[in-house]
Each structure stands twice: as C-alpha cells, then as structure tokens.
Write a protein that binds this ligand. Structure first.
Ligand code: DPP
Ligand code: ZN
Length: 866
C-alpha cells in the first residue's frame, strides 16, 4: 500500500453543491439513492473518480440517462466516469448490508438500530462520493423504514414526515449548512428521548434532545446539563452561538470512537453519555462533561470551519481539546484539571513521541488516516495552542480566534491559515512557531540557576534539544515558553526584576539551543519554580536539589508545580530503588512531606488525591531505558508500602472522615472528597495489616455509588485473596445486566497487577460476557491490560504480548480501525530490556505476516517494527 502525502494535495476535480439522499432502510438490504448536483472544479479534462467501497451498484445515471457498460467503471475503491459534462446531475443507487457491517464505519446496526459513523472515510461505504473534507455540500435526506424504527433522524431540520404503505414511514431532513460528508449522520430506531431547551444569547430557543436506549432517559440528565453549560460557556468564552433550532445527541453501544460531532446530530458511545450515581463513577461523570462539551464545541471548530484535508486534523481536534480543557478548568478548577491533562499527555503522548509511532502534530504522510486520531494530534495539538496563547497573550489570542471564525466560516482550511490569524492579531511573526506542528518528538530542556548574593542576581541558563524521531534526524530549535517564578527557602514568593521591571512571574521564551537570562533584585537564595502550569510539552531537567523540591511541594503557589515537585521526588526514589540503590532516608523524608501536604488546610481534596498517587509505572518507564517493568513495579510498590506505613493513621482518618453524608452530588467538591477517600484506601491496601482487607470489604459493601464500589473493589484487588474473589463475584452477579458496569468489571481485572492475575486475565476472553465485536468490551479487557498493567503485560514468558497479538489479528478480520488502536503497546519493544524486547518484536512480526491484514494494522505494525 502507498502512503498519501500532504505535498500531493490537489483541489477536488469535481464539487457536489447539493445532494438528495433517499434511504430505504432494511437490516440486510438497504437501498441508497443519491441525486448529486455535480460541477467540474476548474478547467480540466480529468475523469470523475468518486469513492465507493463495499457498495453493490444498482444503477448510475447522468442527467436522467442510465449509463451502460463501458460508460463507467466500478472497482473495489472507485466509481470512475471518463468524460462527464462540466455540470450535471449524477444519480446512483446502491445496496448495502448494515446488519453485517462489523467494522462500524458507514451505516451499521447497533442494538437493533441503524446508525452511522463517517469520520474519517466511512461515507464511501454508504454511497459514491468524493469522500474528502474539502467537498462541502447541502444535504437533504429522506429516510424510509419500518415503523418499528420509530425515530428517523438525520442532520439539520426536520421538514416532513409521513406514513407509507406496508407499515412503513418516512422523514425528510434538510441541513442548511454546507458540510463535508464526514459530518453526515443518520439514526433510525426505537429510542427514548430526554428533552430540554436553551435560550441563546441572541434570544433564540434551541430544542435539545438526547436519545437513548428505552428506559435510560434519566441517565442522560447529566449529559443534558453538561450540554447546556457548554453552550452557554462557548457564548461567553468565545462568542460562539449555536446555529440550528435543534441539537440532538444519540447514544449507541457499539462505537469505534468516543463520540462524533455530526452537524446537529452528535452520536455518542453510550459509555460517554449515560450516568447515574449507581452505575457511573465520578471519572465517568467528568469524562461525560468533557466529551459533551468537546463534541458541542466542534460545531464551530470543525463543522462551521472544517479541515481542507486530513493532514489538518489537529486544526479541529487540537483546538477543540484546548477549548474543552478551558471549559473543564472553569467547571472543576484549573490546577486539578491541568494536572490531570498533563498526566494523560505524559502517559499517552510522551510515550507515542518516544516510540516508533512518533509523528508531528501535523503529519506529512499516512496510509490510513484512522490511525492518526492520536494523543499527538489531540493532546499535543492542544498544548501547542496553549503555548500560542502564552506567547501572544490572552487578548491577542481571543482576537486571533475572532478573526479565524470571521474569516474562515464556511470553509475547509489549513493550519497555516489558522496561525496567520494570530500573527495578524498579535502583530508577531509566528514563522518559527510553525515548527511545533511539523516536528515530532518531545523536546528536552535543561535549566541551571546561579545566584550571586552580592549582586542579588540570578543567572538562568536554559537549553533545548529534541531527539531524532523516525524520518526526522535533525531538529530545529522551537520557541518554548517557560513560565517561571521564585520562592525563598521558607516557601514565600520572592519578587525579582527582569529588564528593570519588578514582577513575581515571567515567561522566558527559549527559542535558541541555549538562552541566558539574568534576573535582578533577587533578595535571597531562590528556589526556581519553572515551567509553571506545564507551560510547554517538554521534559525538563534542572540542577535543583531535593531540598528545593521539598520547598515547592510544601508551598509553591503554582499548584501544578507543587504537585510536580512531589512527582519528581517520588520518581527519583523509585528509579534509584529499581536500579538497586534504595534511598531509605529519602523515602522516609518523602513520606513525611506528603503527610504534611495532606494536612494543608488550604488545598482541596481533589488536589490532595493527586498528591497521594505515585507516578505511574508507564511514566517511570519513559525516564530510563532499557526498561525492566518488573523492577519498576517492585520499586514503586516499596515506596507505596513506605507511605502506607508512615501515613497509616492519617490515611485511616481520611478514610473515616471523608464519607459522603448527604445526598450524592457529582460536582467537583463531591468528586474530590470521594477521590481522596478512595486514594487513601488504595494506599492503605499496600499495608499488610490484617484489618485493611476488612476495611476495604466494608467500603465495598457500604458503597452507595459506583465510585466507591469500584474504589473498594480496586483496593480488594490490590490486597488479593478470598475477600477479593467474593466481592468480584458479587459485583458481577449484581450488575450482569448493565453493560457499562460489566465493562468496568472487565477493565478492573485487566489492571490486576497481582502475581497470579495473568491466567485469569487471558482466560476472560472465554467468559460468556466477553464480546470482541463490541469495542467497549474489547477495550475494557484488552486495552486496560496492555496499557495499564505493565507488570503483567510484560510477563517474562511473552504470554501478554502473544495475547495482545491474538486479539489484534482476530479483531482485524472485521473491525480494522479498532484493531489498529490496540497496536500501540507493542511499539515499545526497543526500549525494553532485550529479552522482553525480542519477545514483543516477534509478535509484531507475526502480525505483519498475516495474510489479508488491513491497511490500518499493517501501517502501524510495520512502523512499530522499523
Ligand atoms: N471527531 C471525533 C472527536 O474527536 C472523533 N471522531 O470528537
Ligand atoms: Zn474531536
């Protein structure tokens, strides 16, 4: 298979201005008639070549005349018409089989209902079409179906409904906005609906509807609330108002993505929409709020202004993640949300960036675009926008956004055009900044500080270097904003002067291999608090000593850096121990400092819960190679044990004192309280004292919400033994009819680090409730195991790798997009200790050798090998 390159971009040869689609829905034989108003784009004599895959063609006609053999060609990927007129009506009729569409792209069935997923290239499985985001069209859609498919939904406004003979009915939808076909959506089926309304800032009333499985409407209440808050927030924060009179969301069970922003008709994975206290955890609530907002925000950043080509994916995704993170910060607190976002960035994007699947935020070639819905495009894409805002300032940033909306509304555009808006709004040349989009890899920066007591100056020397990544051997320096402040050794903010200006905080732009800055008026030996708020997605090394980090952990006014100081200290201790050089004095000192931080009255519970968690094994694995996952696990457990023993009284006090008393509330305060209580229990689970298992079992049994149930079950799992077995069985029996809860049951076991867990995990694929065809269930077991259970995944026998490869190969047979998402954990073989690396590599080779492998898996597995 040949890669597609950004440099080969050409405008579409033919445009489609209007389309009228008619769906005659039948589970196995759906007929799709399409009437397209087509126009040649520019002066050329190229043939028309429209995409079409797995379509059984019934007829092709131009301007009412049915074409005969020889007037067109249909192969596995294209409909080609050699010499069409300059402007004409193209009519096609095709037959498709939604029921047997297990790839979940195009039109398929889930839970007895029809639904669609077209991003990125699913529309070509519905009808012949120039399936690329720069073809913008006006869609009218008529849906005909048996009456048992009661709700017939598509994008835009409902213009007509009626009865048909034979127990059938129809609906016609019209979307007044131009859109690319990847935003097309259709849903048909029996659904319950939760309805609400919102008045926009200009006084228009928008009907809001969330469609869910029958009986589930009460569980959509939180999503509805999040939707209304998102809509109002976008008006206030970005001046963006909703533009149709109706906004719909539908929840489906079988879904490759998390959710999809189709114009006026978002489709969500039910796991990111349905919640009530009994079945959803606080983490679920938080994700629902974030994803509802994310998809809603796409209405402007993605739909009104879309991407010219798929290389520009970050234009809509990075920007929309950035907007989503701004919303979540306003809803739940900036520092805590920032810490959580950075944890995700490090765990997913930094690992991607260090491995063979590293790619720039804007890639320059791909084989399957489906493989590029990555942490780099999304999370690093958002970081890049955050840096832009830091560099030009909030006011210029908002002006640039306004200009972007104004200038490009209704267009399919590029990252260059986007950045140009900020260059104009700020009056700055952002030419260098663009390297952030083009260069893969995580920059390494160093910072050293020299204090001159007599002169009261602090000289800072910063350096940067980005390691080579595949295809990019040498890297340019990037403009890296380093937000920085000073503390004295008592933890008080220390003012300073830069260029004669007095200040508490400054942004140093590290835009050369090395930059020196001298701060003056520094009254005492300072502690440097650098990269505040994680002002750039880099790995920073400083010459600070542990005692300076302890000052930060106790008192840094930048809460991100307060947390970061604790993580740095813990990581050093764990890595030393894993290398055979335990620092027992340091470990004890760390435990004491964490204890003090827990008693800080000023900081909130959610923050303390984050402080209590040690760096993840996957993060530690990025810090040194060759990686020995077993040694890292044991060293981290040793520090957990030390904390559990040292903080025993404190943890018990938290566990008792933080019980929910009143009614459950999913808000940030309630969630923070539960998070700290469950984090305390999780740490207690490292304590071998006998009564801890009883406390965990009591916690599990007394739980009145899913957060605490899972918290209890998790602690029991870490302790192991009969209490865990009993609780696990009880949990299953109680929740066996709730698919989203059973997903949690699988996911929890997938993460079980205990020595005997591997057999159970591998055996779970034979459990009657396991279903490879349902992406949620598959990911619950397989992804949680491969991504979040390093010590068992990297079993010395290689059984973990073999298991993952088995799953990838099997799932690739029917759902390549989802199979490909499982490849990532096999990309790390080069950094592992050699005996493990060889076993992992062998599984990649086994995958690549499979005959008939999809392009999706082929692309990632070959890149992972090379
Ligand atoms: N565009 C979707 C999202 O990121 C993924 N299909 O929200
Ligand atoms: Zn998105």
């Amino acid at each position: 298979p040949q890669p597609i390159r950004l440099s080969d971009y050409r405008p579409p040869a033919y445009l489609v201005d209007d389309v009228h689609l008619t769906f005659d829905l039948q589970p196995n034989t759906t007929r799709v008639k399409a009437r397209l108003t087509v126009r040649r784009n520019g002066d050329h004599s190229e043939p028309l070549a429209f995409n079409g895959e797995r379509l059984k063609a019934v007829s092709v006609a131009i301007d009412g005349r049915v074409l005969g053999d020889g007037e067109y060609v249909i192969d596995a990927e294209l409909l080609t018409i050699p010499a069409p007129p300059a402007a004409f009506t193209l009519e096609t009729e095709v037959e498709i089989d939604p029921e047997n569409n297990k790839a979940l792209e195009g039109l398929y069935m889930s839970g007895g209902r029809f639904c669609t997923q077209c991003e990125a290239e699913g529309f070509r499985k519905i009808t012949f079409w120039p399936d690329r985001p720069d073809v913008l069209s006006r869609f009218t859609v008529r849906i005909e179906a048996d009456r048992r498919f009661r709700h017939l939904l598509a994008n835009g406004n409902l213009v007509e409904t009626g009865e048909l003979p034979g127990g059938r009915h129809f609906a016609v939808w019209n979307d007044p906005f131009l859109k690319p076909c990847y935003l097309f959506a259709l849903v048909a089926g029996e659904l319950d609906v939760l309805e609400d309304k919102l008045v926009t800032k200009s006084g228009r009333t928008v009907d809001l509807r969330i469609y869910v499985d029958p009986g589930m409407a009460p569980r959509a209440a939180y999503a509805m609330d999040a939707l209304k808050r998102s809509m109002t927030w976008d008006e206030e924060a970005y001046g963006r108002e909703y533009d149709l009179d109706l906004f719909m969301i539908v929840a489906v069970r079988d879904f490759n993505f998390g959710a999809m922003e189709n114009k006026g008709l978002n489709i969500f994975n039910s796991s990111l929409l349905l919640a009530d206290p009994a079945t959803a955890t606080d983490v679920d609530y938080e994700r629902i709020e974030a994803v509802v907002a994310h998809e809603y925000f796409h209405n402007w950043t993605g739909n009104r202004i879309t991407c010219r080509d798929w290389f520009q994916l970050c234009l809509k995704e990075g920007l929309t993640v950035f907007r989503e993170q701004g919303f979540c910060a306003d809803m739940r607190g900036e520092a805590v949300q920032r810490i959580k976002a950075v944890k995700v960035l490090r765990m997913r994007q930094f690992s991607e960036d260090q491995g063979p699947l590293a790619h720039p935020v804007r890639p320059s070639s791909y084989m399957k675009i489906d493989n590029f819905y990555t942490a780099t495009i999304y999370e690093k894409g958002s970081e890049v926008i955050g840096m832009l805002k830091t560099l030009i300032g909030a006011d210029a940033f908002r002006k640039g956004m306004d200009l972007y909306f104004d200038r490009h509304d209704g267009e399919a555009t590029t990252v260059e055009a986007f950045i140009q808006c900020f260059a104009e709004a700020s009056g700055r040349d952002l030419g260098d900044f663009f390297a952030w989009y083009e260069q893969a890899g995580t920059p390494r920066i160093t910072l050293s500080a020299t204090y001159d007591e007599a002169a009261r100056t602090l000289e800072l020397v910063l350096t940067q270097a980005t390691p080579p990544s595949n295809g990019q051997e040498t890297k340019r320096p990037l403009p890296i904003p380093v937000t920085l402040g000073l503390l004295d050794h008592e933890g008080r903010t220390l003012a300073f002067e830069r260029d004669g200006q007095a200040m508490d905080e400054t942004v140093i732009v590290l835009d050369q291999p090395e930059v020196k800055v001298t701060l003056t008026g520094v009254d005492s030996l300072p502690v440097v608090s650098a990269l505040r708020g994680f002002s750039a997605p880099v790995v920073m090394k400083t010459d600070a000593e542990p005692k300076e980090r302890y000052v930060q952990l106790a008192a840094d006014p930048d809460l991100f850096n307060r947390w970061e100081a604790g993580q740095d200290l813990a990581a050093d201790l764990i890595l030393s121990r894993a290398a055979g050089k335990p620092n027992e004095v340091g470990e004890e000192r760390y435990a004491e400092a964490v204890g003090r931080a827990l008693n800080d009255q000023a900081s909130d519970n959610a923050f303390k819960a984050l402080l209590l968690a040690l760096p993840a094994e996957t993060d530690l694995a990025l810090m040194r190679s060759p990686v020995d996952p077993g040694a890292l696990h044991d060293a981290r457990e040793a520090l957990r044990l030390r904390l559990a023993l040292h903080l025993d009284a404190e943890l018990r006090r938290l566990h008792t004192g933080l019980q929910d008393l009143g009614e459950f509330s999913p808000d940030a305060a309630g969630a923070g309280r539960r998070a700290l209580r469950n984090a305390a229990l999780e740490l207690m689970a490292a304590n071998p004292r006998n009564d801890v298992a009883d406390i965990a079992l009591g916690h599990f049994r007394a739980a009145v919400n899913m957060t605490d149930q899972i918290g209890g079950l998790n602690a029991l799992m870490l302790i192991g033994g009969p209490a865990f077995e009993e609780a696990l069985a009880d949990f299953y029996a109680r929740w066996k009819d709730e698919p989203l809860v059973i997903d949690k049951w699988f996911a929890l076991q997938g993460r079980d680090p205990s020595e005997t867990a591997l057999g159970r995990i591998l055996g779970l694929t034979a459990h009657p409730a396991f279903d490879q065809k349902n992406p949620n269930r598959l990911r619950a077991l397989v992804s949680s195991f491969a991504n979040f259970n390093p010590v068992r995944f990297h079993d010395p026998s290689g059984a973990g790798y073999r298991f993952l490869a088995d799953q990838i190969i099997a799932v690739d047979g029917f759902n390549p997009m989802t199979a490909a998402r499982l490849v990532d954990p096999l990309g790390g073989w080069r950094r592992l200790k050699p005996e493990l690396g060889a076993l992992m590599k062998a599984q990649l080779e086994r995958i690549v050798a499979v005959e008939g492998l999809s392009k999706n898996v082929y692309e990632l597995a070959t890149r992972a090998l090379n």
